[in-house]
Design a protein around this ligand. Structure first.
Ligand code: NAP
Length: 259
């Protein structure tokens, strides 16, 4: 393990035999579980998020490299990718939602946060790591979008528009990179019980808990298993898009509680 500010502090990062995976937003939820799943497959996992204490603890646990990362900050991304010359897997996971407001009362700060993080943040990290993904000879970009990238729902336009934009950027790259040794997989989960709702409702635990009461949501590990499956396919197999939802949820607008 190393939590470093200097490039290539961990010899695994420059060892030609090691397979490197990068997971953004690995300090909780899906990203944290994905980092564990990829480490269990033998990847040296570089984990990033703003809460560096959590990143350090996770890197310690999985024998990876922890680096602080704010995907909305150009310099932070530049520092995060320093010394990463060969990357086999990038999981663009950092993101989330803020608020649940109708368009008529849209909160611009919330919208800005969602677009900066989900859309421009994923773009920023992807751009920075494209040369390293190509240099690996077998690169894979996994974007965690959402069923919000496939549907619209009342009061959700800030998030659904951001997830649609993130997804379209990812799908465009699938076309633009044709012929290069880089695969692209979009994973679009439905309801997953993580800190997602706590962040969306600005720390209101009761409101966040209510989202998951009365049904069985997916767990972060359920999604991480799928990420692990994608990352363990042979280089000629490209899983383009995977949608996974709890049995109790039929769409963003319909679950066993709403009927
Ligand atoms: P989560 O537990 O809140 O995790 C979000 C992660 O993103 C955290 O590690 C957070 O770390 C990181 N993050 C947020 N802003 C960041 C920034 N500016 N720079 C770097 N990292 C940042 O929620 P989650 O459910 O695991 O969410 C992961 C992804 O899945 C998100 O893209 C979300 O939109 C998507 N998703 C979630 C669900 C769901 O129901 N939970 C469904 C579909 C899709 P720090 O705060 O430490 O920076």
């Amino acid at each position: 393990m190393s939590t470093d500010t200097e490039p290539a502090a961990n010899p695994a990062l420059t060892d030609p035999d090691s397979r490197i995976a990068v997971v953004t937003g690995a300090s909780s939820g899906i990203g944290e579980a994905a980092a564990r799943a990829l480490a269990a497959q033998g990847y040296h996992v570089v984990v990033g998020a703003r809460r560096v204490d959590r990143i350090t603890a996770l890197a310690d646990e999985i024998g990876g490299t922890g680096r602080q990362l704010d995907v909305t900050d150009e310099q932070s991304v530049t520092d995060f990718v320093a010394g990463l010359d060969r990357v086999h897997v990038l999981v663009n996971n950092a993101g989330g939602a803020k608020g649940l407001d109708p368009v008529t009362t849209a909160n611009f700060d919330d919208w800005r946060w969602m677009w900066e993080t989900n859309v421009l943040g994923s773009l920023r990290v992807t751009k920075a790591l494209l040369p390293a993904l190509e240099a690996s000879g077998d690169g894979l970009i996994i974007s965690i979008t959402s069923i919000a990238a496939l549907e619209a729902y009342d009061n959700g336009a800030g998030y659904t528009s951001a997830k649609h934009a993130q997804a379209i950027t990812h799908r465009t790259l699938r076309y633009e990179l044709l012929g290069k040794p880089i695969r692209l997989t979009e994973i679009a989960p439905g309801m997953v019980e993580t800190d997602f709702s706590l962040v969306r409702f600005d720390g209101d635990q009761e409101r966040a808990d209510a989202v998951y009461q009365g049904l069985t949501p997916l767990s972060a590990e359920d999604v991480a298993e799928v990420i692990g499956f994608v990352a363990s396919r042979p280089p000629h197999v490209n899983l383009d898009q995977i949608v996974l939802k709890p049995r109790d949820q039929a769409s963003a607008r319909r679950n066993i509680k709403t009927g």
